[in-house]
Ligand binder design. Structure first.
Ligand SMILES: O=C1O[C@H](COP(=O)(O)O)[C@@H](O)[C@H](O)[C@H]1O
Length: 261
């Protein structure tokens, strides 16, 4: 595993635009190499802003949308269409505006879905969908996603992996139900570290001073993922922290970073 790279942009708008550009490039490259691409979306402020910027980009037409698999890193376990669901935000910002193949949009279960109000069953259903999508060359129970996008909370949570909760200790299952999330709503579904770490690239997105401490800890080689979940989110080929200046404010001066104007 290579050490994380850090890229700093001036503000949230420029950060979201730059990540959208980067995502187009990565998807197009993967489609050229393998014929299709896969991305894992995040909810949250910057994650949704990236999708809105991607929707506004002329370059979005370079993507073959019918050959893109869209997954989620986590979901709030609420009824379908609820404004608080990460899926709802992603659909409004981008997914409803591009010609995706609906069979390749892999939303996590809703609390009024086929499993009823049973998040464990919905998590197992998602794990089965990941297993079915994994190719022999992925050598595991989940696809080697091209890119996993992750927001980060002020408590350094990523996806719905919150400090000290049991989901962080999961070593086998790729998806789990999360109960007692300190950030509402309390019940969620989340990819686990084994699924996230199967990705080729993990991109951690952070904007604003409220994330500065979490970002510093996530990049501290001494930090452990049970207290600092973002410290455990790493890709096989690359891990990139894409930040705005406010989120990068507490990084030690020696840390290598690429700054943008
Ligand atoms: O609850 C969640 O929060 C995080 C971070 O959101 P932000 O608005 O502080 O950027 C997000 O990554 C996650 O997907 C979401 O469910």
């Amino acid at each position: 595993m290579t050490p994380p790279q850090v890229v700093v942009h001036q503000d949230q708008k420029l950060l979201a635009q730059a990540v959208a550009d980067r995502l187009v490039t990565r998807i197009v490259e993967a489609q050229a190499d393998r014929g299709s691409a896969s991305v894992v979306l995040t909810g949250g402020g910057v994650g949704t802003a990236v999708l809105a910027e991607l929707n506004a980009l002329g370059a979005r037409d370079a993507i073959d949308w019918g050959r893109l698999d869209v997954w989620w890193g986590d979901e709030r376990f609420l009824p379908a269409g609820d404004e608080e669901r990460n899926e709802t935000g992603a659909r409004g910002a981008l997914l409803d505006h591009v010609p995706l193949d609906p069979a390749r949009v892999h939303a996590m279960g809703a609390s009024d879905g086929p499993d009823g109000d049973d998040p464990e069953a919905a998590a197992e259903r998602y794990a089965a969908e990941l297993r079915a999508a994994a190719r022999p060359e992925d050598h595991g129970p989940a696809p080697r996603f091209d890119v996993v996008l992750l927001g980060i909370g002020p408590d350094a949570h990523v996806a719905s992996l919150f400090p000290e909760l049991p989901a962080l200790r999961e070593e086998e299952r790729t998806v789990v139900a999360v109960h007692g999330s300190p950030k509402p709503p309390p019940v969620r579904i989340s990819l686990t570290f084994p699924a996230i770490r199967a990705a080729e690239e993990v991109w951690v997105l952070a904007s604003g001073e409220s994330k500065a401490q979490a970002v510093r800890l996530a990049l501290d080689p001494e930090a452990g993922p049970l207290q600092v979940p973002a410290a455990g989110a790493r890709g096989r080929r690359a891990t990139v922290f894409l930040l705005d200046r406010a989120a990068a404010a507490e990084l030690p001066p020696g840390l290598e970073r690429i700054a943008s104007p």
